[in-house]
Write a protein of this length. Sequence first.
Length: 370
Amino acid sequence: MSFRRRELNPGEAIVSIAGAMNPAASIGDPPPAPASPAAPPQVALLQLITAGFAAQAAHLAARLGVADRIAAGLCDATGLAAAFDADPQTFSRFLAALASVGLVRQDGGGRWALTPMGEFLRGDVAGSWRDFARWFGCDAHYAAFGALEHSVLTGESGFSTVFGESGWSYMARNRDVGLCFDRAMSSVAATVHPLILARYDFAGVDTLVDLGGGQGELLSAIVARYPAMRGIVFDLPHVVEAVGLRIAARGLDERLTAVGGDFFAAVPAADAYIMTNVLHDWSDADSIAILRNCRKAMRPNGRVLVGDFMLRPVNEPDVGRLFDLEMLVLTEGGRERAEADFAALFAAADLRLACVVPLGGLSLIEARAA
C-alpha cells in the first residue's frame, strides 16, 4: 500500500494531508463504518452513557490477566474463577459481560475463548494493549478523571487537584504507578515505532537525537536500519542511567549514546530531532521553548520530527479529541493539536511545517528551518 507524502514550500498555505491508513487499525484510526443502520439517537446516547461499563470491564480483564489465562488453556468458567479466587457465579457474569462487548466468546460446551479483539488483551502478543488498558484502569487515573469537571471549568490539571502535585512528580514518588504508566507508553511505542520506520525516510541524517527517548527502543531500531547514522537518546538523567547497558546489549554502543539533560535548557547538536508523544504533554509556551532549543542546536538543513495526534476538523469522529481531555486532566497545560496549531508553534521557533506523514491515527510532523 502506498502512502502520500506532500512537501510544503515556504509560505504555501498548509493543506491537510490525508494518507492511506494501516490495514490493521491503529490507535486514533476512525471507527469502521457500521454494517447496519445507525441506532436511533436515544439508543445511541444510552450506549454512549453506558460505555464506561464496558471500559471498566476491559480494564479489569487486563488488570487480572484474564486473556493470558485463557490463552494458556484455562478455558472453563470454574477454573478461571478459581485462578482468581473469585466467586464462580459472579465471575461467570463478568465473562458474559466481556462476551457482550466482543472480547471473549463461549462455545456450546461452556468453554471460553478469546476473540480476535480479545487477543490484544494478552501481554505476549505483538501490538498488545493490555498494559495500556491497565493504565487507564488504575486507581490514580480514575481518581484524576473524577476531577474532569474541575479541569473543564478552570483549565487546571485534574491530577494536580486530586493529588496535590503533578503527575510526573507523583509517578516518580509512587513507582508502581510510574511503572504502570511506563508500560502503557511502551505499548503505544510498540505500535507506532514500526510505522515510523516503514513510512519515514531518514536517509541523509548523520546524527539523530530522540528527545524524551526513554529506553532507546525507537532510536535503536532507526540506527540499526541506517548503518551510517549516529544517534543520541536524550532524556532526564535518572531515565537514561541504564540505557547504556541496553544499547551495548543491542551491539550499537559505537553509534548510539545516551545523554542525560533537560530539553528546556539545551539539546545536543544534530541534523535531526525526533520526539514522539512529547509535545502534547506541554503547554504552547513550553513546547515553543523545546522547539527553539532544537532550532538553536540544529545543523544546516536540519529537521525536527514530532509524533503526536493531529486533530481532525470539529464534527469529525476523532479519538484525538478524547485524548485532548486526557491531556487536560493529567498534565499542566498539555494538549493535542490541529495542523494549524503545529504550524503556529513551529513559526514561533523559526521553523516551518514541511510535511505530515500519517502513522495510523497519529502523525509524524516534519519541521524545517523557516
